[in-house]
Design a binder for this molecule. Structure first.
Ligand SMILES: [Mn+2]
Length: 316
């Protein structure tokens, strides 16, 4: 960690890259190749350019994808638990070491382990938590309403306390996070049963209709309202957040997402807070990509998330 790091005040200046090469929670195979595609697209070099120190600790290990049908409303529950426990432990270790964990997924079910660890860390250090969930989907399904049994459609419900106990209790506290600490941005595909649950839980959702009507700037102003110097800001970036025109390399594309410029503005406004302290990059699927273009776009956007486009501004 650099000498300028002040615990509790400034987010870490050392990034720890944690690869989780699995598609265990997804319907389509291929997100297991995400970590290497992000490395090939230069994610480590990008962080170095931003003035951060990079520790790439390589990839975590876990069970193979057995490609089985759902049981009791879940596909591959035991395997998803194993992968999430590995992610939880790695993210928690990074935070405890004063580093900024960047999870290279892997499918979005891994957000359970990652954000559970972040929530545990925030409780231990007395920090407020804000989670920005950038996604085309609400990921708020449960075993009784899921159309597929794929756990990558359930991480937000699990984090809010609704799901199998091994996943729900991973943070050592149920629920792992309060629904009120979450902001969802870019949502445009919500299953019918899920819609009702999202309303019931009172999730703060800035969906594409809202972004169309008021613009990305106003949406992000609201999503980022109320942060203070002791807020830990976690960004969970599902690459399917982006419009498929600019990000074809995902298993669950939904048309009508943010354009390149809207996504850049979103990332820049998050960067302006100076509070980003942990990050997931998930659902990148190189098997569906075109010459690694989606990985490159993801790296460019993360570069903005860490301040690239605001370089000419006086940020004090
Ligand atoms: Mn997702």
């Amino acid at each position: 960690m650099s000498a300028s790091f002040v615990p509790g005040a400034t987010p870490a200046r050392t990034v720890r890259l944690i690869g989780a090469p699995t598609d265990i929670g997804a319907g389509a195979r291929g997100a297991s190749m995400g970590p290497e595609a992000l490395r090939v697209a230069g994610i480590a070099e990008m962080f170095t350019r931003r003035g951060l120190t990079v520790h790439d600790t390589g990839n975590l290990h876990g069970p193979n994808n057995p490609c089985l049908p759902p049981q009791g409303g879940y596909r591959h529950l035991d395997e998803v638990v194993a992968w999430n426990q590995a992610v939880h432990d790695a993210v928690h270790t990074a935070l405890a070491a004063g580093e900024l964990p960047v999870l290279l997924g892997g499918d979005h079910s891994l957000g359970i382990g990652s954000i559970s660890a972040v929530a545990r860390h925030c409780r231990a250090t007395g920090r407020a938590l804000r989670v920005l969930w950038l996604d085309a989907h609400a990921d708020f399904n449960t075993h009784d309403i899921t159309p597929s049994g794929n756990l990558h459609g359930m991480p937000v419900a699990c984090l809010c306390g609704d799901g199998p106990s091994a996943l729900v209790s991973m943070a050592g506290h149920v629920p792992a996070i309060a629904a009120s600490s979450l902001r969802q941005i870019g949502i445009r595909s919500v299953d019918e049963g899920e819609r009702h649950r999202v309303r019931e839980a009172g999730l703060e959702v800035y969906d594409m209709r809202y972004i169309d009507e008021v613009g990305m700037r106003a949406a992000m102003d609201k999503a980022l309202a109320g942060l203070d110097d002791h807020t830990h800001l976690h960004v969970s970036f599902d690459v399917d957040f982006l419009d498929p025109e600019i990000a074809p390399g995902v298993g669950t594309t939904v048309p009508g997402g943010p354009t390149y410029r809207e996504a850049q503005l979103c990332m820049e406004m998050i960067a302006d807070t100076g509070r980003v302290a942990s990050l997931d990059i998930v659902e990148l699927n190189p098997a569906l990509d075109v010459r690694n273009r989606t990985a490159q776009v993801a790296v460019e956007l993360v570069e903005s998330l860490f301040g690239k486009s605001t370089l000419m501004r006086d940020r004090g």
